[in-house]
Design a protein around this ligand. Structure first.
Ligand SMILES: Nc1ncnc2c1ncn2[C@@H]1O[C@H](COP(=O)(O)OP(=O)(O)OP(=O)(O)O)[C@@H](O)[C@H]1O
Ligand SMILES: [Mg+2]
Length: 335
């Protein structure tokens, strides 16, 4: 079996400085880790998703694409490469056009969670500043965040706002930098968890739950996973995996995460971010293409806490896709 890892070009130049460079750096590192693993079992090449990608795919005659493309621009950028791959009839790992489109847009994703009866923070979507006058913020603080970013981009320490003036200023700034709408969300103060889910249909498995603890942060920093915390205070952040939880709560978090995964039509693997309000898990978002950088990305910490480990995770993602497409013949013949 021949597998191509598909990667984006750099986002630097399309996006604010440090946010783009940090994304590019982690993407590059992840690709190398994944290639090292895949090459132990399959023929593996890396292809950059540029204008010639369809020609390259045709020439290379691959059996499966390991898709790592978050896209560079556009509101449904994660769906762009899946759309090309479907056009070309090439099987690929991870979610489909539909799943990525839903998950990258927190406005629609949260509406779907609500519709499915899943707890998610209250939010308002702001497309222009005048709309702010029409919403009633019943209690501060609220968290201001972009609708379609990831890895903390656009979620900074000052995104947690305590009064109307700061809210207006933050939304104004957000609308200048990120795709609209900007979300104004209820701030859930409780413990934070992230849950890795693997699989398809009714055979889903949850990885050990990872708790992200912010108590060790310097006193002047707000206790949430802002871009600053992700990039500069990783050493002060404590990761607990498996998270210390009683069985009832653990099961409830896993049940909620699996329902959310299904509600957004996720495939093969995804990561569900959750905060507790009382004993109720609230879904913040789903990452349909979570980072896979060995030892650094959350999901890779989870596999280290069970028998799967990093190599097992990569092969499991591939096997989930192989099973979905019924490619098992190819695997045993060439692999
Ligand atoms: N409604 C909320 N209440 C409390 N904290 C929140 C809320 N929304 C986001 N956060 C905090 O901000 C962090 C980043 O938010 P979110 O997961 O939506 O952004 P992201 O950039 O897509 O993250 P990722 O790194 O997982 O891609 C969360 O991990 C959490 O700490
Ligand atoms: Mg998140």
């Amino acid at each position: 079996m021949k597998i191509a890892i598909l990667i984006d070009g750099p986002r630097t130049g399309h996006f604010p400085g440090e946010e783009a460079s940090s994304e590019d750096l982690h993407k590059e590192r992840a690709v190398q880790c994944i290639k090292d693993v895949i090459s132990t079992r399959y023929k593996c090449i890396i292809l950059k998703a540029d204008y010639d990608i369809l020609t390259k795919l045709k020439r290379e005659k691959i059996d499966l694409a390991f898709n790592l493309c978050n896209g560079i621009r556009g509101r449904t950028r994660l769906a762009q490469i899946p759309a090309l791959l479907e056009f070309a009839g090439i099987p690929y790992t991870s979610s489909s056009i539909l799943g990525h489109t839903l998950a990258i847009n927190k406005h629609y994703a949260c509406k779907i969670f609500k519709e499915a009866g899943l707890p998610t923070p209250r939010f308002a979507s702001i497309y222009n500043l005048e709309e702010l006058e029409q919403i009633q913020v019943t209690s501060f603080p609220v968290l201001v965040k972009p609708c379609d970013e990831g890895s903390g981009r656009g979620i900074h320490q000052d995104s947690l706002v305590y009064d109307m003036d700061s809210l207006v200023a933050k939304v104004r700034k957000g609308l200048k930098t990120y795709n609209p709408p900007i979300l104004v969300t209820e701030y859930i103060k409780g413990r934070e968890f992230t849950v890795g889910i693997l699989g398809n249909g009714d055979s889903l498995e949850a990885l050990p739950i990872l708790e992200i603890c912010f108590e060790g942060l310097p006193k002047n920093l707000a206790k949430f996973y802002s871009f600053e915390v992700k990039t500069r205070y990783e050493d002060h952040t404590v990761f607990k995996c498996p998270a210390p939880l009683n069985e009832k709560l653990r099961n409830e978090i896993i049940r909620t995460a699996k329902r959310a995964y299904k509600a957004l039509n996720m495939r093969d693997y995804a990561r569900v971010d959750i905060r507790l309000k009382g004993n109720t898990p609230y879904i913040l978002e789903i990452n349909s293409l979570p980072g896979l950088q060995k030892g650094y990305s959350d999901i890779t910490k989870m596999v280290n806490a069970c028998s799967l480990k990093y190599d097992g995770l990569i092969f499991k993602i591939i096997h989930n896709a192989i099973k979905r497409y019924n490619l098992t013949g190819i695997e045993t013949k060439v692999g």
